[in-house]
Design a binder for this molecule. Structure first.
Ligand SMILES: NC(=O)c1ccc[n+]([C@@H]2O[C@H](COP(=O)([O-])OP(=O)(O)OC[C@H]3O[C@@H](n4cnc5c(N)ncnc54)[C@H](O)[C@@H]3O)[C@@H](O)[C@H]2O)c1
Length: 433
């Protein structure tokens, strides 16, 4: 059965189901559709399925044109019906893995998706989990769920974990260009997962187990969390020493080995860096191993909006102004440059703190015309010379491309520039982080 599936994958003779059509699942589904597979894209969000069927994208990195063609040729079939899994010999799960309050993973999305797979699982199917999760999830949680109907992993169906590594907004490293790590429950599971991804991705790195693949993703994301935490701490130190942290980073990165630049900012946002390391933290704690690095870095990063408010307060007071009643414009509310994603964006916390301290806050973001969030309803302000000049302080929180920062520099009274975009040319006007 394993050899038959291998040969069918090699000849593109299977249909693939991708469950969860978000930032990860949609580009992946299109990747397989573009390489000649029939792909069923399953999502329980009917609005998303309707939009895909109408040929419109809701993801920054996917254009409408990229959806229209595979949908019209029936290479990509968006649906809410899990029954289509019966037609598929490969199923890839890309559902969210958020955290609950109190540093606990929320694996309910994975469990729900896996139960839907189990109800429709046929013999000879390869199931792969891509959602980021704690080490052990695939073997301890998913395998037993899928085996409930009597099928046995490695004998009747195949199971692997393969972390997704996409970087939203990054046009150079897209889903099919980033090397893929796979870890199967059995060697046959790994071989099949490698064969499947090998159809759309050049470099596949096989590890010995799903656990190793799960840990690989958490190592990568925790590495980022810790280094961002350290550079934010270093930025606060540099400010005390009256040293330009950006100058220091530029100098340090001339070292051709042993250093990798990270940059200070408002903290971390999105679905990955603030959440994934918590999965590891939680599981490690369960095993009696407390991770001090994760907790410390998460604490430093989440305190950054508060730190920025204190700096804005100091800037204003240097001009005889107080924060209460001051007009502050936040430029950029997404969690990341050029990506229309507000999840866990530290800019939102910055707005919240400033408002609670009595500042008159407005925002401008070319990707977000208004904020409709729980406890935060705001319409974006126009980026006009008058509006900029009316502000007591402009905070550049995210440096989206195609924003006229020169207009801001020309008209603003005071700028707090996290990314220090123009520090070399107008340093006298910018107070650095
Ligand atoms: N966004 C990233 O940059 C990124 C990068 C690498 C890995 N990841 C990981 O990939 C996973 C998915 O992240 P994402 O950003 O694509 O999430 P997302 O929220 O953008 O998309 C998830 C999709 O899954 C759907 N969904 C939820 N439960 C479902 C169910 N039971 N059945 C069918 N559909 C369901 C949702 O409606 C949504 O469309 C997460 O584990 C995340 O940590 C994300």
């Amino acid at each position: 059965m394993y050899k038959k599936l291998f040969s069918k994958i090699k000849k593109n003779e299977i249909s693939v189901a991708v469950i969860g059509l978000g930032y990860v699942g949609l580009p992946l589904a299109l990747g397989f559709a573009n390489k000649g597979f029939r792909v069923y894209g399953i999502d329980n969000n009917t609005d998303r399925i309707d939009r895909l069927l109408a040929g419109t994208s809701y993801i920054t990195d996917v254009t409408d044109a990229e959806i229209v063609e595979p949908v019209s040729h029936r290479a990509f079939l968006p649906t809410t019906d899990f029954g289509c899994i019966k037609n598929c010999r490969a199923v890839i799960i890309c559902v969210p893995t958020p955290i609950k309050k109190k540093y606990t993973p929320d694996i309910s999305f994975i469990l729900s998706a896996v139960r839907s797979v189990a109800e429709n699982l046929s013999k000879g199917t390869l199931v792969i989990l891509e959602s980021t999760t704690y080490p052990g999830t695939t073997e301890e949680l998913i395998a037993p769920e899928l085996e409930r109907g009597g099928l046995k992993v490695g004998r009747d169906f195949y199971l692997a974990f393969s972390p997704e590594r996409i970087d939203p907004g990054n046009a150079t490293h897209t889903v099919t260009q980033i090397p893929k790590v796979v870890g199967g429950v059995t060697p046959a599971c790994s071989i099949l997962a490698k064969a499947l991804y090998g159809k759309i991705i050049k470099d596949i790195h096989v590890v010995s187990s799903p656990r190793a693949a799960e840990m690989c993703k958490l190592l990568e994301n925790t590495f980022r969390l810790v280094n961002i935490g350290w550079i934010n701490e270093a930025a606060m130190m540099c400010h005390k020493f009256d040293i330009d942290v950006w100058e220091v980073i530029d100098a340090a990165k001339t070292k051709p080995f042993g250093f990798m630049p990270f940059y200070p900012g408002l903290g971390v946002g999105g679905h990955c860096i603030p959440e994934d390391p918590i999965y590891l933290y939680w599981k490690a704690k369960e095993k009696g191993c407390a991770s001090r690095f994760i907790k410390l870095s998460a604490d430093i990063n989440s305190a950054m909006p508060e730190y920025v408010v204190s700096r804005v307060k100091d800037m204003l007071s240097a001009r005889g102004k107080i924060l209460k009643g001051a007009r502050v414009l936040i430029m950029g509310v997404t969690y990341k440059k050029d990506v229309k994603d507000l999840r866990k964006s530290p800019s939102l916390r910055l707005i919240d703190i400033l408002k609670r301290r009595g500042a008159v806050v407005s925002f401008y973001d070319p990707l977000v015309p208004f904020l409709h969030l729980e406890g935060l309803e705001m319409e974006g302000a126009p980026l006009t010379p008058k509006n900029i000049a009316d502000q007591d302080c402009v905070v550049i929180a995210v440096d989206h491309t195609n924003v006229d920062y020169k207009l801001v520099l020309k008209n603003a009274r005071q700028i707090f520039d996290l990314k220090n975009i123009y520090h070399k040319t107008v340093s006298e006007k910018i107070i650095k982080l």
